[in-house]
Design a protein around this ligand. Structure first.
Ligand code: PBE
Length: 299
């Protein structure tokens, strides 16, 4: 099911890129094509509209007075495909990006400096569960509370997936190779006999990795039967708040998902960080001659 969803997304991503490049004049490459804005047709390649990163980018466009610029909506997969295409042709491109993400290992990229702080700082990824999960599924609750890993751990799973491995298999392999770490998450917890659990997630590369790992651990080590529901960011938060999903490991806080966090306050339980060391912002290939978001207005 995850596999199917990922494939479907890639298909959507590719058609998005065709649409994007279809109207390109094809002579925007290099530093010779006028201002940076002209070279990229004043477009920033975004992701899914519900992502906090999109709201932060709209804020950045206000903060840096990028009034004639457009933020293109799409998906993580479409953004990655557009970046891949531009990079191979050494064409200029500006995308909304975040760390951890495999794209920084695959391409030479840089974040544009953000002197006005539109993208916040010191973000963490939190685990958030529905109210009542502690009573209804105490061992899952405890495992989710214990779940914590590093950007390097996540990178291993993400890279395997982008290289074509099925996300469930990539996660399963990581769980096998990191038995000691996983042991710590499930220590002394009782086994269930096929008890059902629903994890909600958005098809962001980082969250495809984390959600699949947590599913594997809950199933292999604790005997749960886990369904993963791929949704948009808004429905993910709403699903936890109304109890139609049990948990998610995809809450970017305190800034990125601030709106969702405040909207549903009291209707979920925040189990704290499962990963620290994230970053968000505008990302460009290193071969582009700009360093700061401010350059988009002046260069
Ligand atoms: N992201 C990845 C998400 C959170 C995870 C940065 C694209 C967002 O912007 O909401």
């Amino acid at each position: 099911m995850v596999k199917f969803a990922t494939r479907a997304l890639i298909a959507v991503g590719l058609s998005g890129v065709l649409a994007l490049t279809g109207c390109s004049t094809g002579k925007s490459g290099g530093a010779s094509g006028g201002s940076i804005g002209d070279q990229v047709k004043h477009e920033i390649i975004g992701i899914d509209p519900g992502a906090g990163l999109m709201k932060q980018t709209q804020q950045a466009m206000k903060d840096y007075e990028l009034t004639d610029w457009k933020l293109v909506e799409g998906s993580s997969a479409a953004m990655a495909a557009a970046l891949d295409k531009a990079y191979k042709d050494e064409k200029p491109i500006i995308v909304t990006g975040w760390t951890p993400h495999w794209m920084f290992a695959k391409y030479k990229l840089k974040y544009l400096e953000d002197p006005k702080g539109s993208y916040g700082k010191d973000e963490e990824i939190h685990t958030v569960v529905r109210n009542g999960l502690k009573n209804d599924a105490p061992s899952a609750y405890a495992m989710l509370d214990n779940f914590e890993w590093t950007p390097d751990d996540m990178a291993v799973v993400m890279s395997a997936v982008v290289d074509g491995k099925d996300p469930a298999e990539a996660a399963s392999q990581w769980v096998k190779d990191n038995a000691d770490k996983v042991d710590g998450w499930v220590k002394d917890l009782p086994k269930e006999d096929g008890k059902k659990l629903k994890l909600a997630y958005v098809a962001w590369d980082s969250e495809i990795a984390s959600t699949n790992v947590v599913k594997q651990v809950l199933e292999q080590r604790l005997g749960y039967k886990v369904d993963t529901l791929q949704v948009e960011a808004g429905p993910m938060w709403a699903g936890i708040a109304n109890g139609s999903a049990d948990a998610m490991v995809a809450a970017w806080l305190p800034t990125t998902h601030k709106d969702y966090y405040e909207k549903y306050k009291g209707q979920f339980e925040d189990l704290g960080a499962n990963l620290v060391g994230t970053k968000l912002g505008l990302v460009v290939p290193e071969y582009m001659d700009i360093n700061s978001i401010e350059d988009l207005k002046t260069k």
